[in-house]
Design a protein around this ligand. Structure first.
Ligand SMILES: Cc1cc2nc3c(=O)[nH]c(=O)nc-3n(C[C@H](O)[C@H](O)[C@H](O)COP(=O)(O)OP(=O)(O)OC[C@H]3O[C@@H](n4cnc5c(N)ncnc54)[C@H](O)[C@@H]3O)c2cc1C
Length: 345
């Protein structure tokens, strides 16, 4: 957006700032960079009221007109805070690009985040939905974060318990939008690193490269994750999308067994507490949505879980299609799909 420190820019076009490519205008945008202070930001927003915080826009559905103030965090910097025999604590500023940060850590010889490579967006947004992929969730590598509580006007440090991480969820996603501005995130990266290759695709890829199991390095995992993601997921720069549009539903053992009697192929992973996580993509595909197009929007032809904008879509069209998909999955399987991206209006 190119706006300066604490400058409130009016009437900002956000169509290039969301990966779904929705045409959207913010009434005003406040950019926060490294020199911004909490006091100055609180002062600046007091009169206007922060309505929302926007990162890279890769997990949001934007309405055409966004009233009030939209805050964008553009702080930069990565620092090794401490190192012991067990772990390194690395801090990254919220405006850092997530994938670049993962790559930077690897280049420094600080492995641990490689399974989360190529997830779009910023470091500051990563705790919001506890990003996860290929067998690792942010919570497993989380140390703490620094946030500005814009309601109370103070700096807060939040640990693992405070963040209430759950599957694609946290206190930030559940609480009032714009209350906490995450300014820096600290990660706890293992010094005695072990590859996480639980995900069958990942193990297969590494095997195909001819790497012996005991010689797998973090760079191999990183390369595998990037290659698999590039082959599977549509690139938002080519076909605008927000990644998985629905979370994988978690059901009780009884419900899983009941469904599996009718659909023995139903993919499911046993969870703690006797629950089962079902593959939302499979449910959407079985309900007949794979590759289906409704006007300007549709479900991707290879990844049924990814809702795409074929060009000129609006938030209403996106949400209408999502509701149709939810209704048909509910009707067929009795399972409610929960939407993953956040709606800003
Ligand atoms: C192609 C594609 C693939 C994806 N794959 C994955 C995946 O594998 N796993 C996964 O978990 N997600 C995935 N996602 C979703 C998305 O990349 C993540 O949710 C990411 O963390 C969003 O980052 P962002 O900066 O774009 O956040 P935005 O979309 O801008 O915002 C998302 C939410 O975070 C809040 N937020 C953003 N920055 C801050 C901040 N500094 N302080 C407080 N709140 C903030 C916003 O208010 C909003 O509620 C994918 C998305 C795409 C497009």
């Amino acid at each position: 957006l190119g706006c300066g420190l604490l400058e409130l820019v009016k009437n900002v076009d956000l169509s290039a700032s969301n990966t779904l490519g929705l045409a959207a205008r913010a009434q005003s945008v406040l950019c926060i960079d490294n020199d911004a202070s909490l006091a100055a930001v609180c002062e600046a927003v007091r009169g206007h009221g922060v309505q929302r915080v926007l990162g890279g826009g890769s997990n949001v559905v934007l309405a055409a007109e966004l009233p009030g103030v939209t805050v964008q965090v553009q702080t930069r910097g990565v620092q090794l805070l401490t190192q012991s025999a067990q772990a390194r604590v690395v801090q990254a500023q919220a405006g850092e690009c997530w994938h670049d940060f993962v790559q930077y850590c690897l280049a420094q010889g600080w492995p641990g985040l490689e399974n989360l490579a190529l997830i779009p967006g910023t470091v500051g947004a990563a705790p919001v939905q506890n990003i996860g992929a290929y067998g690792v969730e942010l919570a497993q590598r989380f140390h703490s974060l620094v946030a500005w509580d814009l309601q109370a006007g103070r700096v807060v440090e939040m640990g693992l318990q405070d963040c209430q991480f759950a599957y694609r969820d946290s206190v930030f996603k559940r609480a009032a939008p714009g209350r906490w501005l995450i300014v820096a995130v600290r990660f706890c990266l293992p010094v005695r690193w072990q590859p996480v290759l639980d995900y069958p695709d990942l193990q297969r890829y590494v095997d195909l490269q001819g790497v012996a199991s005991d010689a797998v390095e973090a760079q191999d995992v990183f390369d595998a994750v990037c290659a698999i993601r590039r082959s599977k997921l549509p690139d938002p720069a080519v076909l605008p999308n927000a990644g998985s549009f629905f979370k994988n539903p978690v059901v009780t053992r009884e419900q899983y067994l009941y469904l599996a009697r009718t659909w023995p192929d139903l993919p499911a992973h046993a969870q703690a507490g006797g629950f089962y996580k079902l593959a939302a993509g499979w449910l959407v595909e079985q309900a007949g949505w794979k590759g289906k197009r409704v006007g300007a929007v549709g479900m991707h032809e290879r990844q049924a879980l990814v809702l795409v904008n074929h060009g000129g879509a609006t938030a209403n069209q996106v949400l209408a299609l999502a509701a149709q998909v939810q209704a048909s999955v509910q009707q067929r399987f009795g399972v409610l799909l929960e939407q993953e991206p956040v709606v800003f209006s």
